[in-house]
Design a protein around this ligand. Sequence first.
Ligand code: SER
Length: 603
Amino acid sequence: MTSRDIRQKYIEFFVKKGHKEIAPVPLVLEDDSTTLFTSSGMQPLVPYLKGQSHPEGTKLVDSQPCLRLEDIDEVGDSRHTTFFEMLGNWSLGEYFKKEQLSYFWEFLTEELKLEREKLYVSVFEGGSGVGKDEETVKIWKSLEVPEDHIYFYGVKKNWWSRTGTPDKMPPGEIGGPDSEVFYEFTQVKHDPKYGEKCHPNCDCGRFMEIGNCVFIQYVKKEEGTLEELAQKNVDFGGGLERITAAVGDQPDVFGVDLFEGLIKQIETDTDREYAGENKQTMRIIADHMRASTFLIINGVIPSNKMQGYVLRRLLRRSAVKIQKLNPDKIVKVLVETSKKVLENYDGMFGVEKEKQVGLVGEVITTEIERFGKTLDKGLKEVQKIDKINGKAAFDLYQTFGFPLELTEELFREKGQEIKREEFYKEFEKHKELSRTAGIGVFKGGLIADTPKTRKLHTTAHLLQASLRQILGEHVQQKGQNITEERLRFDFSHNSPLSKEEIEKVEKLINEKIEEDLSVSYKTVTLDEAIKEGALGFFKEKYRDTVTVYTIGDPSTRQTRGSLFSREICGGPHVEHTGEIGSVTITKEESAGAGIRRIYIKLL
Ligand code: SER
């Protein structure tokens, strides 16, 4: 069975069970400022898991391309990847544990015909004030899962939220206990290096997690406690690549069809064999090229900021890896591998090979030619350094374009570690790069959903509408970043704002706050949103429905003003602008050619 067959079977299976297939979203959600990448299928569904009604109903299914950087250092073993496809199904307050576990079990054992004896499950043993999940144990037993195939783990393994364990969930974040299914590769012998006894969550490679049933039934409160959600949801996610590996009883995820062609291509172009040490190197290149190709077709360009930095890091790391295999073939390997990626997904997820092959090739070539000029010298420099410190790491970054994480990796190989604080200090001294750009934000990238961040998020909409009224309709949002303390907003405009213009913008926003306009939302098709004049300055998307937030909707009876702002956005927002209080613009500056930046604080 190929990955294509499995993907199709999964969607069809859940459609038969009454689910609606929804369109996956791009890897970069430009209207979701809370995160850098789509890292799980549930991410675009957060508002619906919190209670908003979904236009397609309460039972949904899809396959979603995802990017996770948490495991980047693990890539190269038999099962970790940064880019993967997540098969997902959801119940938005409809069915719960019993149906979910039975459906998934039926899919694995009847549709995919996986051997029952090789399937193991894990259940939440309790923790953080939430009890042991006895109900799930009963259900697994009723499905004839033998007792010795049921394992119990605490919050670290059997709790899921976008930010991890309950203590790491910011206020407003949703999550809950989960139950995972594992496949046992009996041909892999347990390695005692990972512990005396093997078990489903052991890292030796004998077991592979192939699906996670999350029972999203809690929300984190401001006070730090967990509160039951009125709507109890199911959020299932299973990695397609891993499920395909299990179906083929193939313990190496890089052996499945989605990687096979890529690895062969790397072997051919480097003229090296996929064996010994090269195995790990080639796996890393294959993985990073899947991620990079998707990022490029989603509109990301290598840069020193945010998503662009991640793309740069993936491409440059791949270049360094290829350098070891065959230094003359860097660009060729990267370009040819990306073509294979496009081939694998042609016609899916917005991939149109013929149209995109030129763009992807060009982005890779430009980036690597630039890096190639300094790569050799940089690597020689690395060899010369006896003891790495933050300053040397910064110089490698500044002069040779070595992303910090790449330098860290090269020194881990030499048994050295870089003190990140030292690097940051140097970074601070050289103001041309923003600190958020390179470091820190990539592990999770989520911001809290708190009353303050909601207020600032609505302020961003008021700001954009005010700027367009005062400076002109050429103003378009170019970036946004919200912390508890302030809103930072980038927009297209050619000249610095005068004192009067700043005052006018500030005044208009505060007037709209005082008018206490209603903030309402509805889900419509992208076409409808555009027809209604909703702002949403993003490139072509393949998502078919969007949420539109309106401030001062004349059709809402409570509103006291007229329509002021309408934007495509994932929320969340305040319900009335009056909740914001009042705001002040603290700074206006350049953020690059033709782009201005404004900082706003709540008063
Ligand atoms: N959200 C869960 C995960 O990402 C299940 O979909 O694992």
